[in-house]
Write a protein that binds this ligand. Sequence first.
Ligand code: G3H
Ligand code: PYR
Length: 219
Amino acid sequence: MTGWTPESRLARVDELLCAAPVLPVIAIERLDDAVPLARTLVEAGLPVLEITLRSEVAIAAIRAIVRDVPGAIVGAGTVLDAAALTAVAEAGAVFAIAPGSTEALYAAAASAPIPFLPAIATASELMRGLEHGHRRFKFFPAESSGGIGALKSFGGPFADVRFCPTGGIDAAKAPAYLALPNVITVGGSWMLPKAALDTRDWKTIGDLASASAILAKRP
Ligand SMILES: O=C[C@H](O)COP(=O)(O)O
Ligand SMILES: CC(=O)C(=O)O
């Protein structure tokens, strides 16, 4: 599908992000890790994945997960420009996320085949997104941009906007975010410790992911 209306994009983003309370933000360094890592997260109850374009194998990793991991809802992160948006859609990602947004990305998103979730950190950035018809945003970097307090404040003037806060959140902090009425899901990498990734310790990652998957959206 191309040519999003604000309503059709909002409905699709909600459908994708509501599928799990936590969105793992993943940087894959070795292509061979992509499928077992994604399978571990999906089996642990975290089917919605953000594969960031932070390594040379990221696009190939998206392709491999889409092809080989049933049940994975594969999104792409660190989508910084229109070319990257096209590339991740062609690789099979079903949504795209950025750590911010630009006029060029908003223009590309209007006709992209997959929905785009821009990020904001301030009220002015949010208002620019609203002008482009967006009502769902990543809030990044969440903890260092005001965290829970900022999201509560955004809820006043921007009551119909919903967020995926990401950045500096961990298992201890996530429940307070998820308890906010304007939070759909929480993004983060806390279930992917570097030591476990380096040693392909899928058991540790699976246990951390399972603990994240049962965090309730509401208290
Ligand atoms: O850049 C964003 C991160 O990859 C996700 O945030 P985090 O690592 O602080 O959880
Ligand atoms: C952090 C983030 O949202 C990204 O890299 O896309």
